[in-house]
Design a protein. Sequence first.
Length: 347
Amino acid sequence: MTNAVADTIEDHTMNTTTSPITAVPTNIITGFLGVGKTSAILHLLKHKPDNERWAVLVNEFGEIGVDGSLFEGKHGEEGGVFIREVPGGCMCCAAGLPMQIALNQLLSRAKPDRLLIEPTGLGHPKEVLQVLSGEYNRDLLLLQKIITLVDARKLSDERYTSHDTFNQQIAIADIIVGNKVDLYPKGGKEALKHYMLSHARPDAEIVFTQHGEISSALLQGATSTQADQPSGHHHTAHQTVPASQLPIPDCGYIKATNQGEGFNSVGWRFSPDKVFSYNKLFAVLTGLHAERMKAVFITDDGLFGYNLTPDALTELPLDECLESRVEVISDQPNTDLEAQLLDCLTQ
């Protein structure tokens, strides 16, 4: 990190806090697309001690940013949960500057007892670890257990096992969570244990669960993972103003795309006055074929969050939704979805 960047961040910290923030217990919760990271974090937040303040820094591959709205729709600051997003690709890119600024602002606002960091499933986990272990963050963060969620069914798919990010996520883990165990075929658990022999650290633990239901006890304890030396390269740079923060034009919606690591993302933000027909929208989403879809919608039947994986579409009632957002990740561009979404509008 350059001196100018460090000075900027330090100035911000001095201006927004009365005492230094140090040694915040921090967990990286990672895993490939659709493995259940969002469900796991929602479960952890639901069981957060009432007297603690937790912060979540969530990173998304897409430019729109939906996870923050999903978390905030169920857990607000009044309940001691503070959320910040870094959309638009791996949070370590552009020399880590977007992540570092977002992290600093989040910690200054939250002053948390614990920080959860969710990198994008298509990010660069070793580089994220390098940034979090770097000189500036060394005193700021106390890195604890790194948790990687894995769906053992994907071990038969070369798109996963040959993907460097998938294997890096396993390699940096202190604890590997075999999620969606209720859907495994016979021998699924044994296949994941065998894969760990050649791809995980010898001291890595493994637990199995479903629906992302992991215990907060797994977060406790220092990580044993050592960050590699910086590789000296970062990938996609963020645009000056991300699509998640741009003003919505007069047409009432804004579209943004991204691509990399063999996948494409497309997303939309709709102005708050745009209301969707619940029935039409549900029909569109249930017919969608994608590796991953996340959304929050204002409908004529209430506020809802949606989460689509190849397994199922799940719906989550929300307490709050400032605007409708949707992000789709797939290995093929979707050319019809925008017209389908617009057809769902009630006005």
